[in-house]
Design a binder for this molecule. Structure first.
Ligand code: BTN
Length: 244
């Protein structure tokens, strides 16, 4: 699949840029936007995403799918697998996934993914923006409200090249997305599960009324929690989980 690559010095948000780009007539190629910094980078659940200049990777892809919005929970996990596999391909060890799709290394977050719906193009065709933020050389001066990692912290001896990382992530994502569109989530369940950082851990839902042991995902990407003998299913977007 051919891409149309936009490389920007500065932008509010690469996700927002993809939305704007798609107002113009379609080129038939997959729009991809990379920026050196973002002035209004956004994270999941309405949180900001700190996006200092020259340090990290901020990239978004405009994807189109045949199907319904219901497939998007699966897509979000597929993207997590794609980013994890790209990192492993670059030699990073111990990459973990925190449901639904945060990428962890050494116990803290290295990369986050934001999937946004842009709408229905026509009956049965949905437009999605997939944004990926990855900490590469982020300095301690950046004020982030949660523990974070970066590739430079995780592997200080390695010289990280953001261009190479971007190429690797884009290739991995496009391959995974094609596979997902053709064959569904099935081939991703085990690839997600083998990196699950919640497996076997005591968990609580942030809403509080749910707690139990992490048991991985079902074949649509819902998270399973063992509450005594009962297995409770949690849908992405409904609840967030953390270790107790
Ligand atoms: C999260 O909260 O974990 C998701 C973070 C997603 C950040 C990326 S950076 C590139 C793209 N543009 C944005 O504004 N957000 C995503």
């Amino acid at each position: 699949s051919a891409i149309e690559l936009m490389v920007l010095d500065e932008v509010d948000s690469t996700n927002a840029e993809i939305v704007r780009r798609r107002q113009d007539p379609s080129t038939g190629r997959i729009p991809v936007c990379i920026a050196d910094c973002q002035t209004a980078g956004r994270g999941r659940r309405g949180r900001p995403w700190q996006s200092p200049r020259g340090q990290n990777l901020y990239l978004s892809l405009g994807l189109t799918f045949r199907g319904s919005f219901a497939m998007l929970d699966g897509l979000s996990l597929v993207l997590g697998v794609a980013v994890a596999e790209a990192l492993e391909h670059q030699g990073v060890a111990g990459v973990g996934l925190k449901w639904p799709n945060d990428i962890f290394v050494g116990g803290s977050k290295l990369s986050g993914i934001l999937v946004e719906l842009q709408g229905e193009l026509e009956e049965g065709v949905v437009k999605v923006v997939a944004g990926i933020g990855m900490n590469v050389h982020m300095t301690d001066a950046v004020d982030v409200d949660q523990a974070w990692s970066s590739l430079a912290r995780a592997m200080p001896e390695h010289r990280w090249c953001r261009n190479e990382l971007a190429a690797s992530v884009i290739n991995s994502v496009l391959g995974a997305v094609d596979e997902f569109a053709e064959r569904g989530f099935g081939g991703f369940r085990e690839r997600w599960q083998s990196r699950d950082i919640f497996a076997g851990k005591p968990l609580v839902a942030t809403q509080g009324e749910l707690s139990g042991i992490g048991r991985g995902i079902d074949d649509s990407g819902n998270y399973l929690i063992a509450e005594g003998k009962e297995l409770v299913k949690v849908r992405a977007g409904e609840i967030s989980l953390r270790v107790q």
